[in-house]
Design a protein around this ligand. Structure first.
Ligand SMILES: [Zn+2]
Length: 232
């Protein structure tokens, strides 16, 4: 882990839009979000409690990242609050992040061929949820998404698009006999495609070459820091 340097969590959060402002915007303007997933819910879903690591009130990003647990075949997720790294074991290809925390993370199974690429769902959920900073741990890389005023312009664009088109889009999917699960699963991909013209390749070779950083920066207004991890 080196290229993200010795930036502290507090200075990272200062680069983002103030978290209270984000909560206010998402609660009162964006409105499409339901701030579900209370801590107890997630612990119930995974039948376990959050592991905790004390890192001090303002650790460096490097320190934070180096204490996040990783696994070859399932994901971890969690958040940093009051000096504690809180983590929980999640599923093979899914995780739950508390949407109202300011600094959150999830890990990708490091045996996955696509561990070093954010999923379309990762990109979408970063817009959809009010966290200020999200850190993802891949296999050889980690990256940090920072929500700035530029990102919020894109969130607002998404809100307006959804207000205008989402009902029609869902009705059309229902007419095409999509199941509830298919609609839930497909909608985020369609939003990225229709609103932001982001289409990540299905083909593995093409996906591994896909310039996701450029797409996330230019099309979604996300500020990104990328670090390299010690090889496992
Ligand atoms: Zn992910």
């Amino acid at each position: 882990m080196n290229t993200i340097g010795h930036i502290t969590i507090s200075s990272l959060l200062e680069m983002a839009v103030d978290h209270h402002k984000l909560l206010d915007y998402y609660n009162n303007v964006y409105e499409l979000i339901t701030l579900d997933n209370e801590p107890g819910d997630i612990e119930r879903i995974y039948s376990t409690t959050y592991g905790k690591v004390a890192l001090g009130s303002d650790p460096t990003l490097q320190d934070f990242v180096s204490h996040i647990p990783v696994a070859p075949d399932f994901e971890y997720a969690g958040h940093f609050r009051d000096g504690l790294l809180n983590y929980i074991e999640c599923g093979k290809t899914e995780c739950r992040i508390l949407p109202y925390e300011s600094m959150v993370f999830h890990t990708h199974p490091f045996n996955s061929e696509i561990a070093d690429i954010p999923s379309e769902l990762d990109l979408y959920l970063f817009l959809q949820h009010p966290y200020a900073v999200e850190c993802t741990i891949g296999r050889d890389k980690c990256w940090v998404f920072i929500k700035t005023a530029e990102t919020l312009k894109k969130v607002e664009k998404m809100r307006k698009w959804k207000n205008k088109h989402m009902v029609n889009m869902i009705c059309e999917m229902v007419r095409n006999n999509c199941s509830d699960d298919e609609i839930t699963y497909s909608a985020p991909y369609l939003f990225l495609e229709k609103i932001f013209n982001i289409i990540m390749p299905n083909d593995l070779e093409k996906l591994l070459c896909y310039d996701w950083q450029n797409a996330a920066r230019k099309k979604l207004g996300i500020t990104i820091l990328v670090g390299t991890l010690r090889s496992r």
